[in-house]
Design a protein around this ligand. Structure first.
Ligand code: FDA
Length: 398
């Protein structure tokens, strides 16, 4: 490609992650000259590290209800137009073996490298040019409606600009606030950002009494601000993690009440009453250790419950204990932050972005796709589905 071509493209995509690569290949396949500018030394780093190296690339149950956004309707159109089945068709066309885990989550059998390879092959077929280690120094809009982008390539002039630079999570993987700053530069409002799908830290007596149980895992139902997620919780040396906690972390903010049902498979009161009836001489701690991890049950009995033989509880005491077990108040002190968060909540406000073309309503030719927008999915493949769907919609509209 000559210098002149290098400097003049139809579409410049900033960020070679999930959304950027999808958008680039769709636009390229439509005959547009597309250049992807990736700041890191390789594209798709988050895809590579996702799903424990197997990439949970979509979720068959994806719907608007699986996303958080100040405007819950914004994601509907793109999700309806590019569904998990469309992405699966692409995966199968590339003969990538996959399997379904629980709750509709689809993973590669072998490696997430295959998903990156697939996107790169599609980009190559569509004639997309990709430049890595290409941090952007400056972007300016010219009077003729084009965009001038300064990078190590010099000056690139693009008719359309797609911002696909992701969120703030895992800075060591290339995450930057670039997209947010660019949105601001062009007059876009931002929804406040914070870490999502992130382990919670504990303080006070919760930390003191649970810290040394790091590694213990149990099923819980975690509830906060009217949302409940049933899944595993993992105790860590700083607090709590595991899918139930990661999910609820996106709905939690400092000061919010967080309650855990520690016996989500049972009605706690019915269970305690049964124990009292059938095993009156047994101590609560012994019985709880049959229903919960033993060390966790013991710790609960030492600090939150009063363990006695079951026959010695009054009905009111049983009710109070059942309440503790099914709505255990967990006082989180904070989150582990962007260092370990899977996603960034908030971002470019969707109010001034078209939900069908992802084009800015303020600056014609400027598009935002993927996680840089104020649309954040649950844990379980939803975030990649959003990246594919928004990237596809913009790629079709450019
Ligand atoms: P993404 O972050 O993928 O890409 C943005 C790109 O822009 C990056 O390559 C970055 O280097 C580049 N960039 C940033 N600033 C730039 C600049 N100034 N100039 C040029 N380039 C720049 N989701 C899911 O659905 N299933 C899963 O299994 C997982 N697993 C998972 C594990 C871990 C550890 C993390 C951190 C995240 C996940 N996720 C996930 C979330 C998922 O990875 C995320 O939502 C998508 O990658 C978002 O796609 P984007 O393309 O929007 O951003």
């Amino acid at each position: 490609m000559s210098d002149v071509e290098t400097r003049c493209v139809d579409v410049a995509v900033i960020g070679g992650g999930a959304a950027g690569l999808m958008c680039a290949q769709v636009a390229g396949a439509r005959g547009l000259r597309v250049l992807v500018l990736e700041g890191a030394n390789r594209v798709g780093k988050k895809i590579l590290m996702s799903g424990g190296g197997r990439c949970n690339f979509t979720n068959t149950g994806t719907g608007p209800e699986n996303f958080l956004s100040a405007n819950p309707h914004f994601c509907k159109s793109a999700l309806a137009r590019y569904t998990p089945w469309h992405f699966l068709e692409l995966v199968e066309r590339h003969r990538i073996a996959w399997h379904e885990k629980e709750l509709g989550q689809l993973f590669c059998d072998e490696s997430s490298k295959l998903i990156v390879r697939m996107l790169l092959d599609e980009c190559a077929r569509a004639g997309v040019r990709i430049e890595t280690q290409c941090a952007i120094a400056r972007v300016e809009a010219a009077d003729d409606g084009t965009f001038a982008i300064e990078s190590r390539l010099g000056r690139t002039v693009a008719t359309k600009l797609v911002v696909a630079s992701g969120g703030l999570s895992i800075p060591s993987m290339g995450a930057s606030g670039f997209g947010h700053a660019l949105a601001r530069q062009f007059g876009h409002a931002l929804q406040p950002t914070r870490a999502g799908l992130v382990p919670l830290t504990l303080g006070g007596r919760h930390l003191e009494h649970l810290q040394d149980l790091s590694g213990v895992s149990l099923p819980v139902a975690a509830t906060c601000n009217g949302r409940t997620f049933r899944n595993a919780m993992l105790l860590t040396h700083r607090g709590v993690s595991g899918p139930a906690i990661l999910q609820i972390s996106s709905y939690w903010q400092p000061g919010d009440a967080l309650r855990l049902d520690l016996l989500p498979e049972h009605d706690a009161l019915v269970l305690l009453q049964r124990w009292q009836r059938e095993r009156p001489a047994a101590e609560l701690r012994t019985l709880l250790a049959e229903a919960l991890p033993k060390r966790f049950a013991q710790r609960l009995c030492e600090h939150w419950l009063d363990s006695r033989p079951m026959r010695r509880y009054t009905p009111a005491e049983l009710r109070a204990m059942a309440e503790t077990l099914c709505a255990w108040p967990l006082v989180a002190s904070g989150t582990e932050g962007y260092r370990t968060a899977e996603v960034t909540l908030g971002g470019v406000d969707t109010g001034e972005v078209s939900s069908s073309s992802f084009e800015s309503r303020r600056v014609p030719g400027l598009h935002f796709v993927g996680e840089v927008l104020d649309v954040t999915g649950w844990l379980g493949g939803y975030n990649f589905q959003w990246a594919w769907a928004s990237g596809y919609a913009a790629g079709q509209a450019l």
